[in-house]
Design a protein around this ligand. Structure first.
Ligand code: PMV
Length: 312
C-alpha cells in the first residue's frame, strides 16, 4: 500500500483551450502557484480488479478510467484499488482534479516502481487533467512548450505569497473545464486574441515573479483571469461560473488594493475567489472577505510543496 499527497495549484496566467493533437496539451503557456493546507491524499493498493473511490464513495470517473487504462497498457500494471480523499470541496473551482491526478500518478509510480522523474510524472498527470501537471512541483510553476512538462520557476522560499480563498458556494460546477474550454475555442469571438496575447502575459508574469514585483504580478494575473472569464462569457451558450458574492469579493479586493493592501484576485472555473497577498496583508484581506455577504467560508493557504509520497 502506498499513499501520496498533492496540493491544488492556482494559475496566475491561465490556461483555457487545448491543442488539437493527442496528449492533452494546453494551447498557451501558463503559470501557477502551488498551495499548502488543501490536499488530495491518494492510497494505491493491490486488488483483483480496478476500483476508484473518491471521498469514501465508489465512483466511475471517465477521466480516471481513461488514464488508468492507458497507464495499464503502457506499464503493464496489475489491477489496483485507488482511494482518494480531498480535504476541500470537489469540482468547485478549487483545482481538486489537479491535486487528485498529481497524487494518483505519484502514488502509482512509487507503488509499481515505475522509476519516473518529476517531469515524466508531470506528463502523465497532464494526460488526466492539464493543470495537474503543475501540482507535481511546489512553489512557482511553469507549464510551457515544447514538452509541456511542468517545471519549477522558483521554490517556495523565493517569495512568501499567501492565498486567501473565499468560498461562495459548496456546489459542484455545472459545466466541466474540458467541455467549457472546447465551447470557448469553437464559439468565443475573442479566442484567437487570447491565443495571441498569452505569450506576453506569461513573459510579464514570470518576470514579475523573478523580481518579486507585486504590483506588476497583480496587474497581469488579474488581466489573464478576466480575459479567461471574457472567453467564458462570450461562449455560446454562455459560461458563467460566478455568484453575486464572487463579484462582490473582486470589488472588495480592488478597494483593499486602493487602500494600500498588497492583494489581487484570481478565479478559475468556479465561484470561489482566490485573493493572492503578501503575508502582512493576510489578516486584513481575510477579515474583509469574511464580511462580504454570501461568503460561506475563508481558507488561508501559504505556498505548498509538490506531490510526494507520505506512506510507503
Ligand atoms: O486542468 P483542467 O483541464 O481541468 O483545466 C483547468 C483550467 C483552469 O483551472 C480554469 C485554469 C488553469 O490554468 O488552471
Amino acid at each position: 500500500m502506498t499513499t501520496a499527497l498533492a496540493h491544488p495549484n492556482i494559475a496566475l496566467v491561465k490556461y483555457w483551450g487545448k491543442q488539437s493533437k493527442a496528449g492533452n496539451m494546453p494551447a498557451t503557456p501558463n503559470l501557477s502557484i502551488t498551495l499548502s493546507e488543501l490536499s488530495a491524499v491518494t492510497t494505491i493498493s493491490d486488488s483483483d480488479h480496478f476500483q476508484f473511490h473518491l471521498n469514501g464513495k465508489q465512483v466511475d470517473d471517465p477521466k480516471v478510467s481513461a488514464l488508468m487504462s492507458t497507464m495499464t497498457d503502457t506499464f503493464n500494471l496489475p489491477p489496483l484499488h485507488i482511494d482518494s480523499t480531498n480535504n476541500f470541496p470537489t469540482s468547485a473551482g478549487l483545482a481538486s482534479s489537479a491535486a487528485g491526478f498529481a497524487a494518483l500518478v505519484t502514488g502509482i509510480d512509487a507503488h509499481c516502481n515505475l522509476g519516473m522523474d518529476a517531469a515524466l510524472r508531470s506528463e502523465w498527470a497532464r494526460r488526466g487533467s492539464a493543470s495537474a501537471a503543475r501540482s507535481i512541483c511546489g512553489g512557482f510553476v511553469a507549464l510551457v512548450p515544447p514538452d509541456w512538462q511542468a517545471q519549477s520557476l522558483a521554490p517556495i522560499d523565493h517569495w512568501s505569497l499567501e492565498v486567501v480563498v473565499a468560498i461562495t458556494s459548496h456546489g459542484a460546477k455545472g459545466v466541466s473545464s474540458t467541455e467549457g474550454m472546447e465551447r470557448s475555442r469553437l464559439t468565443s469571438p475573442f479566442y484567437n486574441q487570447w491565443l495571441r496575447s498569452a505569450g506576453d502575459d506569461y513573459a510579464e508574469a514570470s518576470g514579475a515573479i523573478a523580481t518579486r514585483d507585486f504590483a506588476k504580478l497583480a496587474e497581469v494575473a488579474e488581466l489573464s483571469c478576466l480575459k479567461m472569464h471574457s472567453l467564458m462569457l462570450t461562449s455560446s451558450p454562455t459560461l458563467s461560473y460566478w455568484t453575486p458574492a464572487s463579484i462582490a469579493c473582486m470589488d472588495r479586493i480592488r478597494a483593499l488594493r486602493a487602500q494600500g493592501e498588497a492583494v489581487f484576485f484570481t478565479v478559475d472555473a468556479g465561484p470561489q475567489i482566490k485573493a493572492v497577498c503578501l503575508p502582512e496583508s493576510r489578516v486584513a484581506v481575510a477579515q474583509a472577505l469574511s464580511e462580504v455577504p454570501g461568503v460561506l467560508e475563508i481558507l488561508c493557504c501559504p505556498l505548498g510543496e509538490g506531490a510526494r509520497i507520505i506512506d510507503d
